[in-house]
Design a protein around this ligand. Structure first.
Ligand SMILES: [Zn+2]
Length: 141
């Protein structure tokens, strides 16, 4: 009798975990969609900024010219900050596709999904991030 209850309890825990995993995966896919949209906005914003330059229509027919060459000149003209953000976004999308998204770089634990939703490009769990910031502060002293 007691054994049966234990088995039941184990089964319940397992289902719970599987459910949590599914929810997490679904949320990660939602994050991926957001990242793709953000990436798109960054690239589109860059094109608009380019076309606003006086006396220049940089890419009159973008559709036909979406070559690697064009991509590269976009990247060169993106502002440094935007470039870094774009890189982070693309890295995050890559991690999602490789199934390694949301794992802390430092301790290897899963990063809290709420943290990921708020900051999808993060590669560290909150504990490690705080620790890292404290270490950086010490280095500056
Ligand atoms: Zn960590």
């Amino acid at each position: 009798m007691e054994k049966e209850q234990t088995i039941k309890r184990i089964k319940k825990t397992k289902t719970k975990k599987a459910k949590a995993r599914k929810v997490r995966e679904k949320k990660i896919q939602e994050i991926r969609k957001k990242l793709m949209a953000q990436r798109e906005a960054l690239l589109t914003g860059a094109v608009e900024a380019l076309n606003e330059l006086p006396g220049q229509t940089v890419f009159p027919d973008l559709g036909d010219q979406a070559s690697a060459e064009t991509d590269r000149s976009f990247m060169l003209r993106l502002k440094g900050r935007e470039q870094r953000l774009l890189k982070k976004i693309e890295d995050a999308i890559e991690r999602i596709d490789n199934g390694v998204f949301g794992i802390c770089d430092r301790c290897g634990e899963e990063i809290d999904i709420k943290r990921l939703e708020a900051r999808p490009v993060t590669t560290m769990c909150i504990e490690c991030k705080i620790q890292q910031e404290e270490e950086e502060k010490l280095m500056e002293m």
